[in-house]
Write a protein that binds this ligand. Structure first.
Ligand SMILES: [Zn+2]
Length: 68
């Protein structure tokens, strides 16, 4: 299996990230992945890159808020 972002081949037991789409349940406050949603698999390096972008944005008080 290859990382779908950088196309690097994933080694065995290498940490990877799986992205799915779905909905948020307002009652339980849980993420409910859609049954039709397959995982988009990316390697740890790409995953950390994306997480850094997400969380650095959250830490800025003047940044725009998405999907409230
Ligand atoms: Zn990658």
């Amino acid at each position: 299996m290859r990382c779908e972002m950088c196309t690097r081949r994933l080694g065995s037991r290498e940490i990877a990230h799986g992205i799915r789409y779905g909905t948020a349940d307002p009652v339980s406050d849980l993420f409910l992945p859609s049954k039709e949603s397959a995982y988009t698999v990316i390697c740890q390096t790409c995953g950390e890159l994306i997480l850094r972008q997400i969380y650095s944005r959250l830490n800025k008080p003047t940044s725009p808020q998405y999907h409230q």
